[in-house]
Design a binder for this molecule. Sequence first.
Ligand code: NZQ
Ligand code: ZN
Length: 397
Amino acid sequence: MLSFDYHNPTRYIYGEGEHRRIGTLLRHYTGKVLLHYGGGSLKKTGVYTTITNALNQAGIEFCELGGVKPNPSVELVYQGIDICRAENIKFILAVGGGSVIDSAKAIALGVPHPGDVWKLYTRKEELRTEPLPVACVLTLPAAGSENSPNTVLTHDGCARKLGFGHPALRPQLSVVDPTLFLSLPLNQMANGAADMLCHIFERYFSNTPDTELSDALCEATMRTIMQQAIRLKEDLSDTRAWGQLALSGTIAHNNLLGVGREQSWACHALEHELSAVYDVPHGAGLAVIVPAYLEAMVPHNPGIFAQWATNVMGVPANRNTPGVIREGIRRLRAWYRELGLPQSMQELGIPANADFAGMARAACVLKGGAANPHLPGIHPICPAECESIYRACIAAI
Ligand code: NZQ
Ligand code: ZN
């Protein structure tokens, strides 16, 4: 196990109906917020009314900015920064999924930052100011942004999707109320579960020795995500399954499962290029990339793949390690399929003549730098290997 420094200050409140308390909960932190939310779902479900009533009743003043789109754009973030500066707002309340929370974190970064917030993401400017605090009411369990120190933003103009991390970006307060998930359609649940699972893959498939405890925690969380997603596929009104999925999604990405381990994030880097160029949903893009990436990694550490196939995918252990691993990956593909997730670029709507070489290089330069472009992991991969992974996904297996 490697050395680590783990600090997680988020106050995390879980329970049916808890979102109704958001006004009184916020009084402990602030008297004025920017209320940030997405497209139509919040108003359609009536959650917008409940939240604004709760703010009014608690005497929390608010300005609002809706319209965050999936793969959130920096353009709306600039608007949010202007509103906060003009109205002297020093606290952001996000009500939504990962895109809304990430957009709120970007506004929180941008308000005190004297330069261009996008340049923090491109690493052209450094963060020298403390971001504003953020609270959130989660409406879609998936990205884990409700407890992660990260934000991912898209610049539509240059077709780039980039992440930024800072310890102060963990929300101060996260309210996770499973009744808010009842309006989600099957495909959003499936995208979310695929994302959660990959957050653990990026940590679990590692060469670091002496990680038995976190291996076991990862395995339990992966099994729970896979089981609860299937339970929800059968019945999207199962609040108890939503609750378990949501907690798993938070744990999958608050880095408790990643401490002390070398991590990869190669699948995320490969997927973010697809989202940036083709605006595909993040979880769906991961469902396509992951099996091909895992297959490419197997020869570099078959032991961890055999352990996963047995402990997570339920493949009986035997001496035929390659067969056990093959069956584990086959079962993973079957799980994606059962949830209706795409299994090829074709199903994602990405053409066979896409610029896979360009996207592979962009992902590698971002992680490894122009002098040594690569993606880290069990086996570091160069742009040519990334391109082969993309190409292996062109048609369904
Ligand atoms: O915009 P509205 O109308 O609200 O609709 C949203 C959106 O279209 C809808 N939705 C949300 N809650 C709903 C609902 N529909 C019905 N009922 C509800 N209760 O769901 C759609 C997708 O929402 P989005 O927030 O985009 O999904 P998700 O939570 O999967 O977030 C994806 C984003 O998170 C980033 C991804 O890259 C992607 O941009 N990630 C952020 C991470 C982080 N900050 O730590 C880590 C992840 O790896 C990920 O990269
Ligand atoms: Zn993700």
